[in-house]
Structure formats: structure tokens, C-alpha cells
Design a protein around this ligand. Structure first.
Ligand SMILES: CC(=O)CC(=O)SCCNC(=O)CCNC(=O)[C@H](O)C(C)(C)COP(=O)(O)OP(=O)(O)OC[C@H]1O[C@@H](n2cnc3c(N)ncnc32)[C@H](O)[C@@H]1OP(=O)(O)O
Ligand SMILES: NC(=O)C1=CN([C@@H]2O[C@H](COP(=O)(O)OP(=O)(O)OC[C@H]3O[C@@H](n4cnc5c(N)ncnc54)[C@H](O)[C@@H]3O)[C@@H](O)[C@H]2O)C=CC1
Length: 310
């Protein structure tokens, strides 16, 4: 592990991370992102309720959190396994699961939504949460590509609405994009920034523009790599090798697409294409569509452009 990541993870357990006004956090969606956000929020002293549609899904979320925590603890507490066990028990004791979103937000200071990248589904969820959550509760979406304002209009608390965009894998990636819409109050925005810092993340302020900062640059790059293969100019393997060894990226664009999820990439690009049909950077890709139609969604299902390593 590189030193900065080690120091970052160490700060979880040493209590050196800043505190924020937000203590009780509800995370809706226990997939790739929601599980990671829940893990880091609980590791940094927050009480976390993780919500998904079924108990079976939540069992998988819990076991992925345990595995990821074990990776952290194995390295962090290599010389003191007992303290590692205590840390892990403490983190897990601050995390519970729930299938009823309305029950899960009853004493929540902050709700972070990390469900499927679909505007209508997100709006429906937030409209119902708006009725169930206390007045003071702040709402945030982890959307990769949907304008925050288009989600926020489903609620009557746009002043308490913003975006918290995390990066995969959440326990390792240090960045958090904090997005405000014109209606977001200064108080809400400052609380979101403080919460991000309390989670040990470095925050950047973003406007509600397509893809915020990172995805506006990263997704067109990933899509152009797919188009390069569609045009028969190179193989995925050669593109990945080239970008890792020639540009110093930790993963090539095809490895990264498998890691993010081909379905998520398709949701992003299709959404942007529908909104900005004349921008060639947002053109859909027949090859990506084919893989998604075949159910090759990436590492989360065992296969995408590559077969996932066991
Ligand atoms: C789509 C969106 O909206 C936004 C997005 O998220 S875009 C995607 C952004 N993410 C990226 O770009 C990721 C790019 N890839 C990387 O940075 C790296 O390949 C990686 C951090 C994922 C893995 O790093 P690696 O060196 O190849 O592998 P690995 O050795 O397994 O992991 C590095 C360290 O992180 C730790 N780690 C990796 N995944 C982990 C996880 N899920 N939980 C806990 N620890 C983890 C490992 O234990 C390892 O620690 P040591 O160095 O102490 O051994
Ligand atoms: N995959 C990535 O690298 C990143 C994804 N995101 C965004 O995070 C969100 C989630 O993405 P992933 O975690 O990758 O998806 P995922 O497919 O791994 O997980 C989504 C989870 O949400 C659950 N879900 C769906 N509808 C629900 C509902 N109405 N109520 C409760 N749970 C529901 C699903 O059962 C699933 O477990 C998306 O908006 C995505 O764009 C953001 C950053 C990175």
C-alpha cells in the first residue's frame, strides 16, 4: 500500500479525523458504492443505517464490507491483531441494515442515495423520503451523471439538498466531489463539506454541471477507448497496457470500465447523449451496448470486457 493510503486509513482508527455536526447517516443502496460509503462512514465514527431492497442483497453488502474492513485491519493492525479485532467490532456495531427506507431515515441527519443511475427511480425514492425524514435531515445523491437539481425537485427541501460524489473503491479513493445547486443553503453546503472531511476525504466544490469534474473528463476518455476498439485500431489489452505504462494510470480504460460497471457507464453516456445529442463525446457505443445486452456488466457479475479475477 502506498504511504498516503496507509496514512489515510490509519487516520480512521486514530480519531485524527475532523468531526462534523452529522452523526446519524442513512445510505440507500448497498451495491458497489453504497457499501463502500457505509463502511467509511461507520469507520469514521458515524452511526450508519444501510438500506437496500431485500435482506439477501443486504447480506451481500455486509459481507463485502467485512471483507474490505479485513483488508484494512490486516495491514493497519499487523502488529496488534487484538486492537484490529476491536476496531472491526466497533465499526460493525455502528452499522445496521434495513429494507424500509422510511423507517431508516427517522433519526437521520444525512441521507446519501446510491441506487441505480435512473432519474425517475431516484425522484420516486426522494419524494417518499421527503415525507418520512425529519425537517433537519439533509439529502444527498451520489449520482455519477444526473443533474442534482433534477433529482432535488422531487422534494420540498431543495435548500437541504446537494450532491456527494464518491469514487470507487470508496475506502481507498481520497476524493469527494461536493455539489451545490442554486437552492442549496450555505449551512447545508458547509455541513456537507464538513461531513466529507470527517470521513477523511479531500473535498472539491463542484457546480451542477454534467459529470461534475472527474466524470466530465473520465467518461469521454473511457468511451473513446471503446470506440478505438470498435474502429479496429487496437485491442482492449493493448489500450490498457498503453495507458498504464505510457500515461501512468493505475488501470487501463477497459479495466476501469469493468471496475465501474458497464451498465453504469451506459446509463451515464445514454443520459448525456439524450440531453446533448450533438456532442460527439457523448455518442453511445454499439460495442458497450452489446456487452450490456449480454449481461457482461463487469467485475460485479464476474465478466465485462475481461473475465474478473477470482
Ligand atoms: C463512475 C464514477 O462516478 C466515479 C468513479 O468512481 S470513477 C473510478 C475511480 N476509480 C479509479 O480510477 C480506480 C483506479 N484504480 C486504482 O486506483 C487502483 O487500481 C486500485 C486502488 C483500485 C487498486 O490498486 P492496486 O494497487 O492495483 O491493487 P491492490 O494492491 O489490490 O490495492 C491497493 C491498496 O488498496 C487496498 N484496497 C483496494 N481495494 C480495497 C477495498 N475495496 N477496500 C479496502 N482496501 C482496498 C488494497 O488492500 C491495497 O492495500 P496495500 O497497498 O496496503 O496492499
Ligand atoms: N460504480 C461506480 O464506480 C460509481 C457509481 N456511482 C453512482 O452510484 C450509484 C450506485 O452505483 P453502484 O453502487 O455502482 O450500483 P450497484 O448496481 O452496484 O448498486 C445499486 C444498489 O441499489 C439498490 N437499489 C436499486 N433501487 C433501489 C431502491 N429503490 N431502494 C433501495 N435500494 C435500491 C440495488 O439493489 C443495488 O444493490 C449510481 O447512481 C452510480 O451512478 C458513483 C460513483 C462511482
Amino acid at each position: 500500500m502506498s504511504l498516503p493510503i496507509r496514512a489515510f486509513i490509519r487516520s480512521f482508527s486514530s480519531g485524527s479525523i475532523q468531526r462534523s455536526a452529522i452523526k446519524n447517516v442513512t445510505i440507500i443502496g448497498g451495491g458497489l458504492m453504497g457499501a463502500g460509503i457505509a463502511q467509511v462512514a461507520a469507520s469514521t465514527g458515524h452511526n450508519v443505517v444501510l438500506v437496500d431492497q431485500t435482506k439477501d442483497i443486504l447480506k451481500k453488502s455486509h459481507s463485502s464490507i467485512e471483507k474490505s474492513l479485513q483488508r484494512v485491519v490486516k495491514k493497519q493492525y499487523a502488529e496488534d491483531p487484538k486492537a484490529g479485532e476491536a476496531f472491526m467490532a466497533k465499526v460493525l456495531s455502528q452499522l445496521c441494515t434495513e429494507t424500509d427506507p422510511a423507517a431508516a431515515v427517522k433519526s437521520s441527519d444525512l441521507v446519501i442515495e446510491a441506487i441505480v443511475e435512473n432519474l425517475e427511480v431516484k425522484k420516486k425514492l426522494f419524494a417518499s423520503l421527503d415525507k418520512a425524514a425529519p425537517k433537519h435531515t439533509i439529502f444527498a445523491s451520489n449520482t455519477s451523471s444526473i443533474p442534482i437539481k433534477e433529482i432535488a425537485v422531487a422534494t420540498k427541501r431543495m435548500d437541504k439538498f446537494g450532491g456527494l460524489h464518491y469514487f470507487n473503491p470508496v475506502p481507498v479513493m481520497k476524493l469527494l466531489e461536493v455539489i451545490r445547486i442554486p437552492e442549496t443553503s450555505d449551512d447545508t453546503f458547509n455541513k456537507l463539506l464538513a461531513f466529507g472531511k470527517a470521513m477523511g476525504k479531500v473535498t472539491v466544490n463542484c457546480k451542477d454541471t454534467p459529470g461534475f469534474i472527474v466524470n466530465r473528463l473520465l467518461v469521454p476518455y473511457m468511451m473513446e477507448a471503446v470506440r478505438m476498439v470498435e474502429r479496429g485500431e487496437a485491442t482492449p489489452q493493448d489500450v490498457d497496457t498503453a495507458m498504464k505504462l505510457g500515461a501512468g494510470y493505475p488501470m487501463g480504460p477497459f479495466e476501469l470500465t469493468d471496475y465501474v460497471g458497464l451498465d453504469t457507464c451506459k446509463f451515464i453516456i445514454d443520459g448525456w447523449h439524450a440531453k446533448y445529442p450533438n456532442n460527439p463525446l457523448f455518442d453511445p457505443s454499439p460495442l458497450l451496448n452489446k456487452y450490456v445486452a449480454e449481461g457482461k456488466l463487469g467485475n460485479k457479475v464476474g465478466e465485462g470486457f475481461y473475465k474478473a479475477k477470482k
